[in-house]
Design a protein around this ligand. Structure first.
Ligand code: PLP
Length: 468
């Protein structure tokens, strides 16, 4: 492609994205294509000859776009958000243009130093303990795997890297923990049976007394407790495990404390939400996702550790071809995680923080929390609906309940969700809490306003009436 064509399409694509941001509301939130439909419209083999960008762009609009589920839609209330922002997209354009691979300080000094800087900014914004140091991972799943691997090494005196895991090390998390913990346990070689799930209370938060009891019993049985994963903002209902109490148990028994705050961690930038980090001094590692609720394009996961030496000792490798004369003086992030090659993710995050300012980011999050409380109020006031969990952040768990049989309520709520999503006007997802089928309305889109939340509620009421 020559420079003029690149320039022409570059300008058109930026125009297209700018319009998309404005007009995303005109698309059905969830794609309506059927399985196999997109693939069937595309040639099965690659083109032998170059194709003009005009026709590639046309196919993007005609074939790919209808198969997109619009996460940036203001009526996106599913799962958790994966929001972006104009500043983040502009940062991504430059990252793609530069195309730097950031495995060593030398492979782009500015990328390494900017990553250190923006993570230090995030540490200040959230109020994490001063002694923690950060690194960007792709996802919270990867960061948690890094924590589990470091915990494994620390518990075995850094021997299992060398000799393989020979003991039954045990990891604890609540029954509400994210599935990435189980995945990490499997990959890190602990064995699925050595993930011990601790019961929760009626707010779905881990019960510290039950954790203490499990650790003691496991020790008596000759097992070796190694790590606890606490969650601030569980996936189903954003329950908050009591960090202070869990942290004290970890210190008493010499366990690694990893904190998974993938979604809710962003809320700690608000002074009124700092309570969630009470006990943070006990954390060995902490992860949250700016790619969920801090307006930074997927992927971007901020991982902080108290003892970077333990992380580096877990991952470091020294092949001759990667050695530089500066290794003793600088950070080489290839040793801070699983990947060797790394994207320049710090740039978009730097753009986002600078372009909003901390107060701008706080205002957006505060509004999302307000909207969730507003919605929760409507649910509370309606005799046909009930809240199914506390609402500490911006996720509301609720269901229709007219006092009917539990099983028929599950089926009814499932049907209700399907009929709501089929309209394409909004997108909500579900979970189960206490064995009951529950609807989740997660607020976190950059452009979501009170109007969108009100329209969602009206649609829920309308679809409920139609179903009955
Ligand atoms: N932890 C929690 C509490 C989550 O809610 C999620 C995803 O929603 C994850 C981890 C996984 O995040 P990621 O997709 O960044 O791996």
């Amino acid at each position: 492609m020559d420079r003029d064509t690149f320039r022409e399409f570059g300008h058109r694509f930026v125009d297209w994205v700018a319009d998309y941001f404005e007009e995303v509301e005109k698309y059905p939130v969830m794609s309506r294509v059927k399985p196999g439909e997109v693939r069937a419209m595309l040639p099965s083999g690659p083109p032998a000859q170059p194709e003009p960008m005009e026709s590639i762009f046309r196919d993007f609009k005609q074939i790919i776009l209808p198969g997109i589920t619009h996460w940036q839609h203001p009526s996106w209330f599913g799962y958790f958000p994966a929001n972006n922002s104009p500043a983040s997209v502009l940062g991504e354009i430059l990252t793609a243009g530069i195309g730097a691979q950031c495995m060593l300080w030398q492979t782009s000094p500015a990328a390494e130093e900017l990553e250190e800087l923006v993570l230090d900014w995030l540490k200040q914004m959230l109020g994490l303990p001063e002694e923690m140091t950060g690194v960007i991972q792709d996802t919270a799943s990867t960061a948690t795997l890094c924590a589990l691997l470091s915990a494994r090494e620390k518990a075995t005196g850094f021997e299992s890297n060398q000799k393989g895991l020979r003991e039954n090390l045990v990891v604890y998390a609540s029954v509400e923990t994210h599935s990435s913990i189980e995945k990490g346990i499997k990959i890190a070689g602990y064995g699925r049976d050595n993930l011990h799930l601790i019961p929760t209370d009626k707010t779905y938060a881990l019960v510290p007394e039950k954790l203490e009891q499990a650790v003691r019993e496991d020790k008596e049985q000759g097992l070796k407790p190694a790590c606890v994963v606490a969650t601030l903002g569980t996936t189903s209902s954003t329950a908050v495990d009591p960090l202070q109490a869990v942290g004290k148990i970890c210190r008493r028994h010499g366990l690694w404390l990893h904190v998974d705050a993938a979604f809710a961690g962003s809320a700690a930038i608000l002074p009124e939400m700092k309570w969630m980090l009470e006990g943070a001094e006990h954390m060995d590692s902490f992860v949250f996702n700016p790619h969920k609720w801090l307006f930074t394009n997927f992927d971007c996961s901020a991982y902080f550790v108290k003892d970077p030496a333990a992380l580096v000792r877990t991952f470091e490798i020294h092949p001759e071809y990667l050695k530089t004369g500066l290794d003793a003086k600088v950070k080489n992030f290839r040793d801070w995680g699983i990947q060797l090659g790394r994207r320049f993710r710090a740039l978009k995050l730097w753009f986002v923080i600078r372009s909003y300012g901390v107060e701008g980011l706080q205002a957006l999050l505060r509004e999302h929390i307000r909207l969730a409380q507003l919605f929760a109020g409507w649910v509370r006031e309606n005799a046909q609906f009930e809240l199914m969990a506390p609402v500490p952040f911006s996720l509301v768990c609720f269901r229709f309940n007219d006092g009917g049989e539990e099983q028929s309520l599950d089926a009814l709520n499932k049907k209700l969700l399907e009929s709501i999503n089929a309209t394409g006007e909004v997108f909500l997802t579900h979970t189960t809490l206490g064995g009951r089928y529950v609807l989740r309305l997660a607020i976190g889109q950059r452009t979501t306003t009170e109007r969108h939340v009100r329209e969602a509620w009206n649609l829920i009421l309308q679809k409920t009436e139609e179903l009955l």
